[in-house]
Design a protein around this ligand. Structure first.
Ligand code: NAI
Ligand code: MG
Length: 364
C-alpha cells in the first residue's frame, strides 16, 4: 500500500511560521504512530509570484490534483497589494478551490473550555460547544448569472443572481450528511424557503437526500432564525448545511463564539477520488498577519487543528485527530498562551515554536 500523500503550501507571512509547527506534528505521527506521509512542499500566493510571476504555477496545480490532501498556510501581504488583480496572491487560493472543485466548505466552531472567557457569549452557553457548518462553496449568488451593474431608465442597477441546481445542492448535502454520520447524527439545513425559490428547492433536495441517511435527524430552519439561534443557544446544533452566502455569514458568526482567529481551522472538500477519499484542502481561517509576521508571535493552533481535520476526513485517522485536538486542549488548559489568547496584563506569551513544542509534549 502506498503512503497517504500531502502537499504543503505554506504561502506567505505567518503561513510559513505556523506550518513549521505542523511539520513537528507530522514527524511525531511518523515516529510515534508509524504513519508515514509522502509530504511535498511548494509555493502559493506571493511566494509563488516572486519565483514564477504567477500566484500558483501549473505544476503546483497539477500536484494538488494528485495528492490525497493539500494543507495551505495563508496568502497575501502588503508587498503584493499593488499587483494586478489577475496575479494577486488570493488568485492562487481561488484557483485551487475552483480547479479542485471544492464545493463543501467545513467550518467547525468548537469551544475549548480554557478559552470560554474569550467568547462574546456567557461561558455556560459556549462551554463544550462543538458544531460544524458546511457551506456550499462553488455556486449560489456569488457566481450566478446575470450579474453586474448597468444603467436602466437613467439610474444604476446592481444585479446578482442566486441560482442553484439540484445537483449542486445534493452533492453538498451528501457531504454534510456524511459528516453528521461521523458526529452526533443531527443536521440542520438553513435557507429562506419562505421568500426564495432557491430555498424551496434547497429544502426539497436536502429532504430527498436525507432518505439515504435515516439515522441522521434532519431539521430545517430559516437562515435568519438560524443566526438568532446561533447566538442564543448554539449547543442545539451539530452539523449545519447552508448555501454560499448564508454560510459565509453564519460561519464567521459561529466562529467568533469560540474566541480567537488563531484557533480556527477549516476544510474544503470536493468529489471522491478513485481511492474513495474526497479531494480536499485544509487551511486555517486566518490570513498572513503581516503585523506579526517574522516575530514568532503567531498562534499555530489553527493550522495544527486544520491538519487534525485532514487526519479525520482525508486519512481515516480519526483517533489521531482526536488525540491531536485533545493535546491542543490540554496545552490551553495548562495555561500556555500565544499573544492572541491573552487579555490579562503580566502573563507572558509563548512563541509560535514554544506553542508547537507544548502540543508535541502533550501528544506524548
Ligand atoms: P489576518 O487574519 O491576517 O489578521 C487579522 C488579525 O488577526 C491581525 O491582527 C493578526 O495579527 C491576527 N492574527 C491572525 N492570525 C493569527 C494567528 N495565527 N495568531 C495570532 N494572531 C493572528 O487578516 P488581515 O490582516 O485582514 O489580512 C492580512 C493579509 O492576509 C491580507 O493580505 C489578506 O488579503 C490576507 N488574507 C489571507 C487569507 C487566506 O490566505 N486564507 C484570509 C484572510 C486574509
Ligand atoms: Mg467571510
Amino acid at each position: 500500500m502506498t503512503n497517504p500523500s500531502l502537499l504543503i503550501l505554506p504561502g506567505d507571512g505567518i503561513g510559513q511560521e505556523v506550518m513549521a509547527e505542523v511539520r513537528k506534528v507530522i514527524d511525531w505521527i511518523g515516529a510515534k504512530r508509524g504513519a508515514t506521509f509522502d509530504v511535498s512542499e511548494d509555493l502559493v500566493g506571493g511566494a509563488a509570484y516572486d519565483k514564477h510571476g504567477v500566484p500558483l504555477a501549473d505544476e503546483t496545480m497539477a500536484k494538488a490534483q494528485e495528492v490525497d490532501a493539500v494543507l495551505l498556510g495563508a496568502v497575501g501581504g502588503p508587498a503584493y497589494d499593488d499587483l494586478d488583480f489577475s496575479v494577486k496572491p488570493e488568485r492562487g487560493l481561488l484557483r485551487l478551490r475552483k480547479e479542485m472543485d471544492l464545493f463543501a466548505n467545513l467550518r467547525p466552531a468548537q469551544c475549548f473550555d480554557a478559552l470560554a472567557d474569550f467568547s462574546s457569549l456567557k461561558k455556560d452557553l459556549v462551554s463544550g460547544l462543538d458544531i460544524m457548518i458546511v457551506r456550499e462553496l462553488t455556486s449560489g449568488v456569488y457566481f450566478g448569472e446575470p450579474r453586474g451593474i448597468s444603467e436602466v431608465d437613467g439610474q444604476r442597477v446592481g444585479v446578482n443572481t442566486q441560482r442553484y441546481t439540484e445537483a449542486e445542492i445534493e452533492r453538498g448535502a451528501r457531504a454534510a450528511f456524511e459528516l453528521a454520520m461521523k458526529r452526533d447524527k443531527k443536521l440542520c439545513s438553513m435557507e429562506k424557503a419562505n421568500v426564495m425559490e432557491s430555498g424551496i428547492l434547497w429544502r426539497d433536495v436536502v429532504t430527498e437526500v436525507s432518505k439515504d441517511y435515516p439515522e441522521v435527524e434532519l431539521s430545517h430552519m430559516y437562515a435568519d432564525n438560524g443566526a438568532m439561534q446561533l447566538v442564543r443557544a448554539p449547543k442545539q446544533f451539530d452539523v449545519i448545511y447552508t448555501d454560499n452566502l448564508f454560510g459565509d455569514i453564519l460561519s464567521d458568526c459561529a466562529a467568533m463564539l469560540t474566541g480567537s482567529l488563531g484557533m480556527l481551522p477549516s476544510a474544503s472538500l470536493g468529489a471522491p477520488m478513485e481511492n474513495g477519499r474526497p479531494k480536499a484542502m485544509y487551511e486555517p481561517v486566518h490570513g498572513s498577519a503581516p503585523d506579526i509576521m517574522g516575530q514568532g508571535k503567531a498562534n499555530p493552533c489553527a493550522c495544527i487543528l486544520s491538519f487534525a481535520m485532514a487526519l479525520r476526513y482525508s486519512f481515516d485517522m480519526g483517533e489521531e485527530a482526536t488525540r491531536l485536538e485533545t493535546a491542543v486542549e490540554k496545552v490551553l488548559a495548562d495555561g500556555v498562551r500565544t499573544g492572541d489568547l491573552l487579555n490579562e496584563e503580566g502573563v507572558k506569551p509563548v512563541s509560535t515554536s514554544e506553542m508547537g513544542d507544548a502540543v508535541i509534549a502533550a501528544l506524548d
